[in-house]
Design a binder for this molecule. Structure first.
Ligand SMILES: Cc1cc2nc3c(=O)[nH]c(=O)nc-3n(C[C@H](O)[C@H](O)[C@H](O)COP(=O)(O)OP(=O)(O)OC[C@H]3O[C@@H](n4cnc5c(N)ncnc54)[C@H](O)[C@@H]3O)c2cc1C
Length: 436
């Protein structure tokens, strides 16, 4: 394995949580019936469902970092029921209905766990604003409105003044409010999901799998201090699946960045004149995501970078922070001196044909990966269904998941890939500059 995940301690969502108990690190030689690698949305949902389906089996979940430090804990915290833009443009209405049904099932099952275990993660059915700043954004917003109408999804058009009453800024020309979907604190949710797994799942953290072999129909996974032999493997490793030899040269590891402020004071908040606890996604996909959390922090997310090394340097984050500063000051000039407490990057698994993979990759090995930037819902439901597939279950949701998944397109070889992706990103950033 060439690269394993390393945490850079930069993710605000994780850093503001209380210090966790020390990790249980994998040591010695273990045998298990099932190993789930990865403690993100996919891995956690796979392990939980597997534990229900195989209550007497020994199930081990291994995570390289602390649970919550990976991309699933680094995102903007939207659990979205709607298909992402490309899927929404698909002319087949049944295809879109299947995705919505799957995402709704994900939301329902996450909500059940959050409620049952009182996971403190700012979970709220707050809906979502999709908004536009300039002409390009408005064009996308109008298209989006039409797409929502085509699937009869509830939504309300808001003009600049109506939007300003919520957001506390007149920066946006127009927006659409979609009352469905969830806002949450991702690191808190993911940590909570990890802490509430059924007792027949043994969780090992800070235990990167550094090598992976197969012999006599069994897999041997090694970590720096231990190893596990198992006959069945579920990979919830998203872009890192390539390190295990799967979906190689099919995923595009793309990093996007977020910054979060300290909590605003009541006076700063009053000056906004807006409401608490809302989330806004950009009508133009290359634009800016914005959130105002229930603990009164502002989060801004934009900027993309091709990240075959899955990492970002401190100097890169400093440059991004400067861009985020400009973005926030444009929207809230009176908050120009409110510092960002944290700036971080996280890797998304994208594909050139916008297709996610779900299924068997080899005898005894299953994975679900490449959920573009909507992995909270899609990762959760596909993780659950991966456990069902691997244990030979049959259900309508499983058929639907298979129907909406596919094979991510093969990438061109380097250096063409890197040059192509970087050029495309620069172009997108340029044409979408009014939305940043
Ligand atoms: C800044 C940002 C904002 C985003 N916003 C949203 C959003 O608002 N809503 C949304 O739905 N999606 C969003 N996304 C995308 C979303 O975070 C991902 O789609 C999702 O996290 C994918 O989940 P996953 O379980 O497939 O993978 P991951 O979360 O990447 O989990 C994979 C896990 O595998 C572990 N792993 C990898 N290799 C090894 C190894 N060798 N040994 C052990 N463990 C290993 C990793 O450490 C990691 O924890 C965003 C992403 C980013 C970066």
């Amino acid at each position: 394995m060439k690269t394993v995940p390393v945490d850079d301690q930069s993710c605000g969502w994780y850093q503001i949580l209380p210090e966790p108990q020390p990790p249980r690190v994998l040591a010695g030689h273990q045998k298990a019936d099932w190993v789930v690698v990865g403690g993100g949305f996919v891995g956690l949902a796979s392990a939980r469902r597997l534990a229900e389906l195989r209550p007497n089996d020994r199930i081990i979940l291994v995570e390289a970092l602390r649970i919550g430090q990976g991309s699933s804990g680094r995102n903007s915290g939207f659990v979205i029921d709607l298909p992402h833009k490309r899927d929404l443009e698909n002319p087949d209405i049944n295809f879109k209905r299947k995705i919505i049904g799957l995402n709704e099932a994900a939301i329902q099952s996450l909500e059940e766990v959050v409620t049952r275990y009182s996971i403190d993660c700012q979970w709220s059915r707050a809906g979502r604003y999709q908004a536009a700043v300039g002409a390009r954004g408005i064009e996308y917003l109008n298209k989006y409105k039409l797409l929502l109408k085509n699937i009869s999804h509830p939504h309300t058009w808001l003009d600049r003044a109506a939007l300003a009453r919520v957001l506390g800024t007149s920066y946006y020309e127009a927006g659409i409010f979609i009352p469905t979907g969830i806002l949450m604190q991702p690191a808190a949710l993911v940590r909570g999901l990890g802490q509430t797994l059924p007792p027949n799942v043994e969780v090992y953290e800070s235990s990167p799998i550094v090598s992976f072999d197969r012999s006599a129909g069994k897999f041997e996974l090694k970590t720096p201090q231990g190893s596990i032999v198992c006959p069945k493997l579920l990979l919830g490793t998203n872009v890192y699946s390539a390190e295990f030899g799967f979906l190689k040269s099919r995923m595009l590891p793309v990093m996007t960045f977020a910054s979060i402020t300290r909590p605003l004071t009541l006076r700063e908040f009053d000056a906004d004149g807006g409401k608490e606890n809302w989330g806004l996604t950009p009508a133009d996909h290359a634009g800016t995501t914005l959130r105002f959390t229930s603990d009164r922090r502002l989060l801004i997310r934009n900027q993309y970078r091709f990240a075959p090394d899955y990492a970002s340097s401190e100097s890169r984050r400093a440059a991004v922070r400067q861009k985020h500063r400009e973005g926030l000051t444009n929207r809230y000039p009176h908050l120009r001196d409110v510092e960002f407490e944290y700036t971080w990057g996280g890797v998304c698994g994208l594909s050139r044909n916008y297709t996610a993979f779900f299924g068997k990759v080899d005898d005894g090995i299953y994975t679900s990966a490449c959920h573009q930037s909507v992995g909270a819902a899609r990762g959760t439901i596909s993780g659950q269904l991966l456990a069902e597939l691997a244990t030979g279950q049959d259900s309508q949701l499983l058929s639907d998941m298979i129907a909406v998944s596919g094979m991510p397109a093969a990438n061109p070889p380097e250096p063409f890939l890197g040059v192509g992706v970087r050029t495309r990103m620069k172009y997108e950033a340029w044409v979408s500059r009014s939305e940043l």
